[in-house]
Design a protein around this ligand. Structure first.
Ligand SMILES: [Zn+2]
Length: 298
């Protein structure tokens, strides 16, 4: 009898083992199928989509787009909706991270490796792959961000915009973000779209290569319109005259194209914190001149 019982239990154990082995395999096959679908097919089907729609939207965003004024009126409207949606989606993360990074942003002491000095004597500090000068994150054609750096709005940027927006509204000026944080991947699609459309040489004057976009820093945004004509609207004029009071600068000013590496963008503002923004504004210099750095692809 005990012997019988033993065999009975052994049989059950075998059965259970076989079953679990099977389900393991099924599970494997199933999950690898799913991930295949996710990473290859659905990604590849969504990527081109992103690049085509973002190419239109994002594009517009960092572009000069005189050429695309009439053609993309509707497209632009749609795209700015998309973008404001995405920027509001990023608000949560921006607000979460804003407190902690605000202090590091405004204080000039970022602890990292000092890798050199600018021509104006500032330390160039690198921490976690990010370059800082006088506490400010530096991103341009010379200085990159890590591929996986995706903070959303940071450093009090979104809060500062909200304060500016509210003050502007009291004066009858309507400001809205049409493009905020952009990931490395989005920027890659954006840039590639421009290259396809205009060729590399021109694309480099209106759009950053991935890893080189200030939008990836979470400290920059495009406001209201992506047309040069924005500069002459009451909103554009107000922004240029007042944004420094809230900690922003017009990052790519007119007449500084050879230094910033980009065409004039009256809509692109960069958050530096009030103190530094005022200094840069008062100097009449662009950020590269102010710190004594270059903006050139290597
Ligand atoms: Zn921009």
């Amino acid at each position: 009898m005990p012997k019988n019982k033993f065999w009975y239990i052994a049989l059950i154990l075998c059965f259970v083992l076989i079953l679990s082995g099977c389900s393991y395999h099924f599970g494997d096959a199933f999950s690898s199928d799913v991930s295949m679908g996710d990473s290859s097919s659905s990604e590849s089907s969504s990527k081109p989509k992103e690049s085509s729609s973002n190419a239109a939207s994002d594009e517009t965003s960092d572009s000069s787009s005189e050429e695309e004024t009439a053609s993309s009126e509707a497209e632009e409207q749609q795209s700015s909706e998309e973008e404001s949606e995405s920027s509001s989606g990023e608000q949560a993360s921006s607000q979460q991270s804003s407190e902690s990074s605000e202090s590091s942003e405004s204080s000039s002491a970022v602890e990292g490796n000092v890798v050199g000095k600018t021509s104006k004597g500032y330390d160039i500090v690198v921490k976690d792959g990010i370059t800082y000068i006088d506490g400010a994150v530096i991103v341009n054609k010379t200085y990159t961000l890590p591929k996986d750096y995706a903070p959303g709005f940071t450093g009090g940027t979104y809060k500062a915009f909200q304060v500016m927006q509210a003050d502007a509204k009291k004066q009858g000026i309507k400001l809205e973000i049409i493009s905020g944080f952009r990931s490395y991947q989005t920027q890659q699609n954006t840039y590639n779209g421009w290259v396809k459309q205009y060729g590399k040489e021109y694309a480099d004057t209106i759009s950053a290569r991935p890893g080189h976009s200030e939008h990836q820093s979470g400290l920059a945004m495009d406001v209201n319109s992506l047309k040069f004509a924005f500069a002459d609207t009451k909103e554009g004029i107000w922004l240029a005259e007042n944004c420094w009071k809230y900690g922003f600068i017009i990052r790519y000013p007119e007449g500084k194209e050879d230094i910033t590496g980009y065409k004039y963008e009256p809509w692109h503002i960069r958050y530096l914190g009030k103190e530094l923004a005022k200094k840069v504004y008062d100097s009449g210099l662009c950020l590269e001149e102010y710190f004594g750095i270059t903006s050139e692809y290597k």
